[in-house]
Design a protein around this ligand. Structure first.
Ligand code: M6P
Ligand code: ZN
Length: 185
């Protein structure tokens, strides 16, 4: 059994106190996920950080984390998370956005996709079976809090190979959702 505990969440910056596990992803970690190659001069740039509130991994605990995606682009594509399916496919997840402006891109293995808005106050429900990637489509950091079944696990490989059916790119009138040319067969 797990004992109850409390964590402080900085609602502006998304940091958790006490800080337990912090993951930093740079553009080098993201190479191959954008349509354009990452310029070597930008390889060390931090795209996002994830602060996790760890709990024992089981189907009866809830893991949660805050993610902060810095604003920026690679080519026309906005900064984003890698995105993943859950290793246990049917595990669901909830995103609560605290700051910034973004899009939540989701896709299923049979090729369906859905894009939902993210801004302060949105609560996105990621149903089981849907891969999910968040995209910072604004000029400020995108900050959100995520809660998911602790045994969900990560499957990154499928997304690394195929990407999502759509990309979120900067257009003349703001962010646009366009088909992913790599997924056109
Ligand atoms: C959210 C949750 C985390 C995830 C993070 C970054 O906080 O979904 O589980 O790790 O976003 O996304 P990714 O793992 O795809 O890089
Ligand atoms: Zn997830």
């Amino acid at each position: 059994m797990t004992d109850p505990f409390t964590t402080m969440l900085d609602l502006e910056r998304g940091l958790v106190e006490p800080e337990r596990k912090l993951t930093e992803r740079t553009l080098a970690d993201m190479d191959g996920m954008y349509l354009d190659p990452v310029p070597s001069s930008r390889a060390g740039e931090v795209v996002y950080t994830v602060s996790e509130i760890p709990v024992p991994v089981s189907g009866s605990n809830l893991l949660s984390s805050t993610t902060v995606i810095q604003p920026g682009r690679v080519g026309d594509e906005f900064h984003m998370t890698k995105g993943h399916y859950h290793a246990i496919r049917d595990r669901a997840e909830i995103y609560v956005t605290l700051a910034g402006e973004g899009r939540l891109v989701m896709g299923t293995e049979d090729g369906r996709h859905q894009v939902e808005p993210m801004r302060r106050g949105t609560v996105n429900y990621v149903a089981g079976g849907w891969a999910h990637r968040s995209v910072n489509a604004g000029d400020d950091p995108l900050v959100f809090y995520a809660v998911y079944v602790a045994d969900a696990g990560y499957d990154y490989a499928t997304i690394e190979e195929e990407g999502f059916p759509v990309l979120v790119v900067a257009g003349d009138d703001g962010p646009r959702v366009v088909p992913n040319p790599r997924r056109q067969r």
